[in-house]
Each structure stands twice: as structure tokens, then as C-alpha cells.
Design a protein around this ligand. Structure first.
Ligand SMILES: [Zn+2]
Length: 298
């Protein structure tokens, strides 16, 4: 592990240095273990040793392969179209900002419905792709550097992006500033409750037979939020009327790797189970791999 490229961090929600190790990955000087931890003070799951901001930025600037699979595109467009229905009632000045806009599929769906679209994306390749394919003009760089007038947007969206940002609280505080009064932020995030349990389950299987362990720590990024931690983060950033929604599974790969029919069937079964428990618990049990939080600026 190259110490020059990494940093030790405290909890990104309450600021405490009171971590309980969930999965250890790095032995640090002095015998300390770094990895995926849960803050004993507030419950946030995060990586207490991580690549530093410059190193993370370099990684995302390289971007990902723009040769996206039809499955991935179809899955995302369907989810985006459903999401836009929720935002329709907040449309006043008709401006929407997508942070971590990627290849522009969400904003192209917004443009189809008449929104004036703004986006921030660190990958130059993704920005070029969005320009070439959808005529979108995205800001290429980090969100904290992007400049917009205060109270400019009706809606700001983060689709599986907030957990990659080194300082999610300051990103949400900036979002609050950019939204008009009554505007809305939506955050789709990987659900820590699901991913920590899934990783532990695969560790257990791995003890039975090494080949059964398909757990991947990489699904937990800099942070892994859950219903409680994202609610607190939004409240402390000035938002109110926070609603949490169950998000359908979208287990597809961005590449052209074929997803086998057994895996598709397993995904549909899991989806149905998550939906069933969600409904029979009067929508209080949120166990799907991703959740969406929607909050309003007062
Ligand atoms: Zn904490």
C-alpha cells in the first residue's frame, strides 16, 4: 500500500474517530488496521483508510468504457424515466443539475421531457460521449469547483455518486445553496444494510468452500449509507421532508458481458422478495441493494 496516495480519515458524518472494523484490508504502521468500518458514534459505514482526493480524482478522470451494453442502457433509462415522474411536481424554473452525470443518459431523458439540463462529470471521455451522442454540454471537473448561481435549480440529482465523494456533507450543503426554496435533491445510493450483510454471507460461504466466496469489498466505496445515516446527512445539510424509497434492482454490467438467464432469474426473485418484505412491513423495511432519498429545501 502506497502511503503517499492514501489518507486516514475520521467519520464523514459526525467527525468521530471511533471506528469498529467490519472488514480489514490494510495493515497500517503502528499495527492499526484500516478498511471498511462502522462509526460506533453515529453508525456510518465508511473506509477509514482510502485513496487521497487527488488519487481518487485521477481514477475518475480516466473514466470508464463508453461501449455500454444494451442491457445496462435499457435498465438505466427505465429507472431514470420513472425517477423523472417524481420530479415533475417540483418543476418551476425548469432547470435540473445531475452531479456525476456520467455518459449523460439521465440528462438526455430529462432533455426529452423539456428540462434545461446541467451536469457535472469528472471523466473527459464521458463528457465527450454525452456531447457527441446527446448534444449535452457538461461541466468537466469536480462538483466543488463547478460554479452556478444560488437558488438556480429546481432539482439536483446524485445517482450512485454521493458515496464516491470525499466529503458528501459539503456536497449536500452546496446542493442546498444551489436549489431554489422548495427545490428537491434526490440521492440514489448503495444500501449499507444490504451490502454489509451480503459480504458477510459470502465470507460465511467462503469458509465452507473457497470458491463459494463471491463477496467483493469493492461494492462498498468511500461510504456506504443506509436509511439512518443518509437522513442525518440530509438534515444536517439543511434539508427537510426526507422520504426514502425502495429502488428496483438494476444488476447489469456496463460492458457487453452477457448476463446469464440464471442470474437474471435470481435477480428477479431477489427483487420480488425485497418488494414483498417492503410492502408487508408497511414500507418500513428497506433491504434492496440501492435506495433513493428525496428531500426538499424549505
Ligand atoms: Zn460517526
Amino acid at each position: 500500500m502506497n502511503r503517499d496516495l492514501h489518507e486516514d480519515v475520521f467519520c464523514g458524518l459526525c467527525g468521530a474517530d471511533n471506528p469498529k472494523l467490519l472488514f480489514g484490508t490494510h495493515q497500517l504502521p503502528g499495527g492499526k488496521i484500516g478498511g471498511v468500518v462502522r462509526c460506533r458514534t453515529c453508525g456510518l459505514v465508511y473506509r477509514n483508510v482510502r485513496q487521497n482526493a487527488a488519487s481518487i480524482r485521477r481514477y475518475f478522470e480516466q473514466g470508464e468504457d463508453a461501449d455500454l451494453s444494451p442491457d445496462w442502457i435499457a435498465g438505466r433509462k427505465k429507472a431514470f424515466a420513472e425517477h423523472l415522474i417524481l420530479l415533475e411536481s417540483f418543476r418551476r424554473n425548469n432547470r435540473i443539475l445531475d452531479v456525476g452525470a456520467g455518459h449523460g443518459y439521465f440528462l438526455s431523458t430529462c432533455a426529452d421531457r423539456g428540462w434545461n439540463c446541467y451536469g457535472v462529470e469528472t471523466s473527459r471521455r464521458a463528457v465527450d460521449y454525452a456531447q457527441r451522442n446527446f448534444g449535452l454540454s457538461l461541466y468537466c471537473g469536480a462538483f466543488e469547483e463547478a460554479v452556478y448561481p444560488d437558488e438556480y435549480f429546481d432539482a439536483v440529482t446524485f445517482f450512485n455518486v454521493l458515496e464516491f465523494l470525499p466529503d458528501p456533507k459539503s456536497a449536500l450543503q452546496k446542493t442546498h445553496q444551489l436549489l431554489r426554496p422548495g427545490g428537491v435533491v434526490t440521492v440514489r445510493f448503495s444500501n449499507a444494510v444490504f451490502h454489509v450483510a451480503a459480504y458477510r454471507f459470502f465470507l460465511f460461504l467462503g469458509r465452507i468452500h473457497r470458491r463459494l466466496n463471491h463477496g467483493d469489498q469493492a461494492v462498498i466505496h468511500l461510504y456506504a449509507f443506509d436509511k439512518n445515516s443518509i437522513t442525518r446527512l440530509l438534515l444536517e445539510s439543511g434539508f427537510e421532508e426526507i422520504k426514502m424509497s425502495w429502488t428496483p434492482l438494476s444488476w447489469t454490467t456496463t460492458s457487453h458481458e452477457r448476463i446469464g438467464s440464471w442470474r437474471k432469474l435470481a435477480c428477479k426473485l431477489l427483487d420480488a422478495c425485497a418488494c414483498f418484505f417492503h410492502l408487508v412491513s408497511f414500507k418500513s423495511l428497506l433491504i434492496s441493494p440501492s435506495l433513493t432519498a428525496i428531500a426538499r429545501k424549505g
